[in-house]
Design a protein around this ligand. Structure first.
Ligand SMILES: Cc1cc2nc3c(=O)[nH]c(=O)nc-3n(C[C@H](O)[C@H](O)[C@H](O)COP(=O)(O)O)c2cc1C
Length: 323
């Protein structure tokens, strides 16, 4: 399949694996890229320029296809060494960066100067237009269904994607809640040039996470995610567990007075415990409503082939019969 996204990134299929904390290591990115999609290493998980450079070098030994690096810009008192991370990306010869969080304008000149394509993750049309105006090459439009941070507008992809199509000139991918070929076709029909998936890629053979995480995703239904940190205007969609229930109780009892320090036990330092150690009750970890559509743990290649095969069959078969 050829779209503006496959052309822009030099990939076979219009399927991107979004950056994921403690999931987006070289093994994950390479598996997706080898399967014809675009794999992405999560920069902040590595943390330092040296470690990111080593992960990029490792990924190069695992694939000769294009892959990207995610840079998530978070407000922080002690920000990560973003210029150093960008230098590692440039020196590592990576040509695609997925940015997320704050406006990436400050870092665009350095990336552009080295011919790096930037896809910025946005949860609203206004942020998407901003990304377009500052020179991003593409946008990943993240609907309310998504795992991770859906923003505070609560607009689902059924509305958000066609709205993005009305306004944007640069290509965009549909992100949030996507896990199968029918959804890829729907996304294309609504104006997207591809899809971005997070949660679905965690339940794959190659995802470098504890087996218990994959099993939890397969066992969960679309009713099993919760929104946390809304009172802090830092809403995150996570899989429910005992820690999440505790966190929600605190949000209820403390109301508008709640501070980040009140919930630090449930949200700080959680990812290595969950993803690496398989301690499923350690705290709140991002997970999308698409868990309801995930019933197996295929290889990345089997997953991507299935999505593309189903999409083609739907376009040539079911849809063609309607006209
Ligand atoms: C476990 C997990 C960790 C994530 N970590 C990040 C991250 O560090 N930076 C980022 O930009 N997005 C992160 N995301 C969001 C994904 O890149 C992607 O936008 C989102 O998962 C799409 O929704 P889906 O899970 O419904 O496919 C994370 C998502 C998950 C599920």
């Amino acid at each position: 399949m050829k779209t503006r996204i496959t052309e822009m990134f030099g990939i076979e299929h219009p399927i991107i694996q979004g950056g994921m904390h403690y999931v987006g290591f070289a093994e994950m990115a390479a598996a997706v890229s080898n399967a014809g999609g675009l794999g992405i290493i999560t920069g902040l998980t590595l943390g330092t320029p040296e470690k990111l450079a080593a992960e990029i070098a490792k990924c190069r030994t695992l694939t000769d296809r294009p892959f990207g690096v995610n840079l998530t810009f978070l407000p922080s008192l002690t920000p990560p060494d973003y210029p150093g991370l960008i230098e590692a990306i440039i020196k590592g010869g990576v040509k695609i960066v997925e940015t997320a969080g704050n406006n990436p304008a400050k870092y665009l000149p350095a990336l552009k100067e080295h011919g790096i394509k930037v896809i910025h993750k946005c949860t609203s049309v206004r942020h998407s237009l901003k990304a377009e105006s500052i020179g991003c090459d593409a946008v990943s439009v993240d609907g309310f269904e998504c795992g991770g941070h859906p923003g505070e507008d609560d607009v689902g992809n059924w509305i958000l994607l066609p709205r993005a199509a009305e306004e944007l000139k640069i290509p965009f991918v549909a992100s949030g809640g996507v896990g199968n070929g029918a959804q890829l076709v729907a996304a294309l029909a609504m104006g997207a040039d591809g899809i971005n998936m997070g949660t679905r890629f965690i339940a794959t053979q190659e995802a470098p996470v504890h087996e218990k995480v994959k099993q939890a995703i397969v066992a969960a239904t679309e009713l099993d995610t919760r929104l946390v940190m809304r009172p802090l205007r830092n809403t995150e969609r996570v899989l429910k567990n005992a820690a999440v229930e505790r966190l929600l109780e605190k949000e209820k009892s403390l109301g508008a007075d709640i501070k980040f320090e009140d919930i630090i036990g449930e949200v700080a330092g959680v990812y290595p415990k969950v993803m690496t150690d398989g301690d499923m009750e350690a705290g709140a970890w991002s997970c999308g409503m698409v868990v309801g559509l995930i019933h197996d743990i295929p290889t990345c290649k089997a997953l991507i082939d299935r999505i593309m095969g189903d999409a083609e069959e739907i376009i040539r078969g079911r849809l063609a019969r309607f006209v």
